[in-house]
Every structure is written in C-alpha cells, then in structure tokens.
Design a protein around this ligand. Structure first.
Ligand code: GDP
Ligand code: IMO
Ligand code: MG
Length: 428
C-alpha cells in the first residue's frame, strides 16, 4: 500500500489536474490540501474537457474526493462547480465528496478586499486571481476566520456580524469601498450551511481509518512550489504552503504516511501574474510556446508568460518537496523547434549561481545560463512507448533526469488522459 503526494514544481499550471486524474485510478481517496478557487485544474477524458477549481481532480475516476482543512472554500463557487459537474453527468453526493470541518470559508469581504488591494495604486500589485484567497488565509492566521465548523455553529450569525463590522470599516474608510450588506451575507451563508452540512466531516479520522484498512490516498497540491508562501518568489506568491510537507498539515495526517512525492514539470516554464521569471522569452519562441501550448489561465483566462525549462528552479523543487519522481508534461508542445534550451544555472554580476536565490533583487538581475540541445520535428502526441519517441526527445528527457538527479516516472504528450507514457507507477 502506498500514499502519494502530487505537487507543481514551477509557478502552477504544470498539468497537475491531468496527472491527478490519471493516477487517481490507482488510489481510493483523492484529497486536496491547500489553495482555493485560484486553482484551475484541467482534465480531458474521451475528448471532453473538465475544469475544477475546488473539487479534487479524482472526481472523474469516481474516487472519494476530500476538500482538506488547508483549503479555503468559496461556497458559491463550490455550488457552481457541483452544478457544472452534475450537468456533465458527474455524480456529486456526500458519498463522493467530503469537506473538512476545519477548512476556511471565503466571505464576500475577502473578495472585496482582494480586489480593492489589487486596484490600489499605493500597494504592490501581485496579479492575484482576485478570488479572496490572500485575505481569507490572513484571517485564518489572525484567528478571525470562519471555518465550516463555525458555519454550522449556533452562534454563526453573531460571530460573522462582529467580524464583518471590522471589515466594513476597513473597506469603506481605507479603500472608499461600498460596505458589504451583512444581512444579505448572513442569509446567503445560512443557505450554504443547510446545503453543505451533509458533506462536512472530520477528514483526519476518515483518511486515517481508510489508510488503516488498506486504502491508498493521493494528496493533490495546487499552484506550484515557486508560488509557496514561504519558499516561493515572495511576495509574488499565493498565500498557502504549496510544497509537499503541507499535504500533512492540510489534511491532518502525519509525515510517516507519505510514501512518494511526484513533482509535475512542464517541459518549459509558464507564469501568470507578476513576479520575476529568469528564463522568460519575449520573442517568437515565447509566442510559439504560448500559442501551441494554449497557455491561457484556466481560472482567469489571462495569457501565461512563457520561457525555457529552468533546472535551478527544478532542483529547488526536488529539495523542498523530497521529490521521488517527476511527471513531465506538455512535451508535445516542444515539437517543431530546431533547438531547445535548458537553463542550468544563473549568472549574477560576475558570479555563477546554482541555487535559486531568495532575494528578488538578485533573482531579478540573474541571467540564465543555457545548454542548447537539438529539437525534433515529429508530432509525438500519438506515441505511447518511450522507445518510439524521437532520439532527440529521449535525449532531452535523459538530460533533465541527469540534471535534476530525479527519475521521470511519467511523460505527458497531450491533454487527454490516455496521451501519456507511464514509466513507473508510484502506486505499485
Ligand atoms: P494545472 O493547474 O496544473 O492542473 O494545469 P492547468 O489545467 O491549469 O493547465 C494545463 C493545461 O495544459 C490544460 O489546458 C491541460 O489540458 C493541458 N495539458 C496537460 N498536459 C498536457 C500535455 O501533455 N500536452 C498538451 N498539449 N497539453 C496538456
Ligand atoms: P493552479 O493550481 C498559476 C498566482 C496568481 C498570482 C499569485 C497570487 O491552477 O496551478 P492568489 O489569487 O493565489 O492570491 O494569486 O498566484 N496563482 C496561480 N498561478 N496557477 C495557479 O493555480 C495559481 N493560483 C494562484 O496568478 O500571481
Ligand atoms: Mg491551473
């Protein structure tokens, strides 16, 4: 029996949804441990596309899906997502989906504060998704959050009225924003309480019992290692820990339960929002990757910035997450390029840097040092055996394995579930 964590290694959108959906086949439970509807995870099965923002990406495999305590949940978005999935004939019931009692709830004032700050010229723009993620995690840390357990409590209304008063003062006095209608909020959230009460559970107990009785669990991460609140390119990060260690805190299990950790690596790099990006391309190749990779955000529809693969980042991710293997996605997108570049280090003034710098001033000045390898012209999306890949494609894979000192367990050559070459199943 084994339990697996899946995390993004770059700045999100590496193709986690596809890989979680694929490997969920071998697990019994899929639990997401952090983030909220800032995430957009895409799955494509038999040509049909599904995008999930909150419901774990194991839902199409009919596995028990759990919203972990490390997540922040916008109940209105969760309802929309349940409706969307139901319309697509994906059954959602408390047998299929559970929500942690301890997961925090995104309130209307969180969204208003997120939008007000992003629109405020006095503060630094992060380029957030505007979903209220940061303000909700702030309240969690400030012990002013509303969790599902508070939503179900008798004194929910009193608690929320007290908090909302302070939020309205901040919104109106500092940002000149219209006040939130608290009566409306209370009624809306009481309706959510009635709707979600059957789904709320002590998920630590559920997961522990499942593991004890021989079930396998897949822990699904959102965002990516370099968006981690501690280890990412702060302050251009999200507000949660995205690294594998948070699979434990975000679900209520201990570290001894984890057997393997797969890092999802896009065959090139993308980023949405603001912040440094050493290998970013501003030329025709960048445009080629953006177009061929259809690099538009699954949540906000924003164009993703594109660049070459960055081994300095990947080695950072290997260490921060204890990666046991990599899943390399979107390899098909590189087809057609004469040559491919791999960033193996950074030049900072007259020094070479091999460890991802913490200071954004240093990172912002770093120039990538590239190794250039030959590309391939073939369309590899129909290939299902590693031996059938063009020689240059295999060389590219071998080079990434050698530089990261981590095996590639899985290769993705298209968005579809079956457009995959599984080399080593982490569940077996
Ligand atoms: P996530 O947030 O990490 O789950 O990734 P997103 O779903 O936001 O973005 C990944 C995009 O790439 C989605 O549109 C996927 O359907 C698509 N995708 C995933 N794997 C592959 C692949 O191997 N090749 C191609 N061409 N597209 C892929
Ligand atoms: P998935 O799970 C890519 C980015 C935002 C912004 C920063 C902070 O689909 O990979 P936030 O709204 O979290 O406060 O925004 O983080 N961001 C993502 N970028 N993929 C994501 O999720 C992201 N979630 C947040 O663009 O730069
Ligand atoms: Mg995404």
């Amino acid at each position: 029996m084994s339990n697996l964590v899946i995390v993004g290694t770059q700045w999100g959108d590496e193709g986690k949804g596809k890989i979680v959906d694929l490997l969920a086949e071998y697990s019994d439970i899929v639990v997401r441990f952090q983030g909220g509807n800032n995430a957009g995870h895409t799955m494509v099965v038999n040509g049909e596309q599904f995008i999930s923002h909150l419901v774990p990406s194991g839902i199409l495999q009919k596995k028990l899906c759990i919203i972990g305590n490390g997540m922040v949940v916008d109940p209105a978005v969760l309802l929309e997502e349940i409706d969307y999935l139901t319309k697509k004939n994906v059954k959602i019931s408390p047998e299929q989906l559970l929500i942690s009692q301890k997961a925090h709830i995104i309130m209307p004032y969180h969204k208003a504060i997120d939008a007000a700050r992003e629109g405020c010229t006095k503060s630094k723009k992060i380029g957030t998704t505007g979903r209220g993620i940061g303000p909700c995690y702030e309240d969690k840390a400030a012990r002013r959050g509303i969790r599902f357990t508070e939503l179900l409590d008798e004194d929910f209304e009193k608690t929320v009225r007290n908090i909302a008063e302070e939020k309205n003062f901040y919104l109106s006095s500092f940002h000149g924003h219209e006040k939130i209608d608290v009566d409306l909020l209370v009624n809306e959230y009481k309706a959510f309480r009635d709707r979600f009460a059957p789904y709320v559970a002590d998920i630590s107990v559920v997961i522990d019992n499942a593991i004890k009785t021989g079930n396998q669990v897949l822990f699904e991460g959102a965002q990516g290692t370099h968006l981690d609140i501690d280890h990412g390119t702060y302050p251009f990060v999200t507000s949660s820990n995205t690294v594998s260690g948070n699979a434990c805190c975000g679900t209520g299990i201990g570290p001894k339960r984890i057997d393997s950790v797969i890092g999802i690596v896009k065959a090139y790099t993308t980023r949405v929002g603001e912040g440094p990006f050493p290998t970013e391309l501003f030329d025709d190749t960048g445009e080629f990757l953006q177009k061929k990779g259809a690099e538009f955000g699954a949540t906000t529809g924003r164009k993703r910035r594109c660049g070459w693969i960055d081994i300095v980042m990947l080695k950072n991710a290997v260490r921060l997450n204890s990666l046991t293997g990599l899943a390399l996605t979107k390899l098909d997108v590189l087809g057609g390029l004469d040559e491919i570049r791999i960033c193996t280090g950074y030049k900072y003034r007259d020094q070479q840097i091999n460890d991802f710098p913490v200071s954004l001033n240093i990172l912002g000045e770093c120039e990538p040092l590239f190794e250039t390898v030959p590309g391939w012209k073939e369309d590899i999306s129909g290939i299902r055996n590693i031996g059938d890949l063009p020689e240059n494609t295999r060389k590219y894979l071998q080079r990434i394995e050698a530089l990261t000192e981590t095996p590639i367990d899985l290769i993705s050559v298209g968005p579809g579930r079956n457009e995959t070459i599984l080399l080593n199943n982490p569940f077996s």
